[in-house]
Design a protein around this ligand. Structure first.
Ligand SMILES: Nc1nc2c(ncn2[C@@H]2O[C@H](COP(=O)(O)OP(=O)(O)O)[C@@H](O)[C@H]2O)c(=O)[nH]1
Ligand SMILES: [Mg+2]
Length: 277
């Protein structure tokens, strides 16, 4: 698997021969209407930000279709999403938290619509820009990688579950992905083919485990994954957690348990014996 921080240009230089013809046949910048990109927002009570998110994503040069997977929001999320140009589908199961269910439902819909490339973005991003969508989509569309993942500059007080749970556990059980800055990034783009290969798994997590699961599964299946720097992410839910860290307990637990389950699946539990604590 490639190292994450090399630039897109460097990756394009190193492009395997088998992709060269496909790359040459890609339309040049500006002529992007042949590319079928679908952007999916899982959303539960995101009325404050969803309209901005949808309309911003729509302006991408890749002219994406937008799907919002609504998790029984009791605010104006659905109405705002439709008004700003998204198709809205309902999350298929009434269980919460259900980010994993929402991602699965979104993929199912995107496959039906014939997506070639699929992007997920969180719906609570207050400072989403169209450039983010273009930056995430570009390396995948240009075949420099199979999956791109957004990463950010984060304040010291932010990213508790990433820093205290996801990174130490992946370092222990999956050292080959320990270099990823943000293993829980909600901003990812990949080929439809990659998502289809993961979709058939029986152990798809329903809740907060989905982000780390997608990364581990893609890496274990030897897909080429790149992180893309997106600057600073301002998102609404963070403020709640800062008031009381217990709001992160369920997420921390689900991320930890998902990583342990993956460690069992990929026979990495013995890595614990190599630790000197
Ligand atoms: N459909 C659906 N979306 C959800 C659910 N839980 C969270 N989301 C969405 O998933 C994204 C990430 O959630 P968020 O609370 O911001 O998580 P954090 O930023 O990782 O702390 C946001 O767009 C949420 O609205 C759910 O149960 N159902
Ligand atoms: Mg958030």
């Amino acid at each position: 698997m490639a190292i994450s921080q090399i630039t897109v240009e460097e990756k394009l230089e190193r492009l395997p021969k088998k992709h060269e013809n496909e790359r040459r046949s890609l339309p040049s910048y500006g002529a992007t209407n042949e590319i079928k990109l679908i952007v999916i927002f899982p959303a539960r009570n995101e009325a404050e930000t969803i309209a901005h998110c949808v309309s911003t994503a729509k302006k991408s040069k890749y002219e994406p279709e937008i799907i919002v997977v609504d998790g029984e929001s009791c605010d104006q999320t659905t109405a705002e999403a439709k008004t700003s140009g998204a198709s809205v589908i309902k999350q298929s199961q009434s269980i919460f938290p259900a980010k994993g269910v929402a991602i699965r439902d979104g993929l199912n819909e995107a496959f039906k619509l014939g997506a070639e490339y699929i992007m997920f973005l969180d719906a609570d991003i207050a400072n989403l820009t169209t450039e983010w969508v273009d930056l995430l989509a570009r390396p995948v569309i240009e075949k420099a990688c199979d999956m791109s993942r957004g990463y950010y500059q984060r304040a010291n007080y932010d990213g508790a579950v990433t820093k205290l749970v996801a990174k130490p556990l992946t370092r222990t059980f999956f050292p080959e992905i320990a270099h990823f800055e943000q293993p829980l990034s909600g901003e990812i783009c990949a080929t439809s083919e990659l998502f289809k290969a993961l979709f058939v798994s029986q152990d798809w997590p329903n809740g907060w485990g989905i982000d780390i699961w997608l990364l581990i599964e893609a890496a274990m299946k030897s897909y080429d994954i790149t992180e893309v720097y997106l600057g600073t992410k301002v998102h609404t839910s963070r403020q709640d957690y800062q008031k009381d860290v217990i709001g992160l307990a369920q997420m921390a637990e689900q991320v930890a348990l998902t990583t342990f389950k993956e460690a069992i699946k990929y026979k990495r539990v013995d890595n614990l014996n190599r630790l000197h604590l």
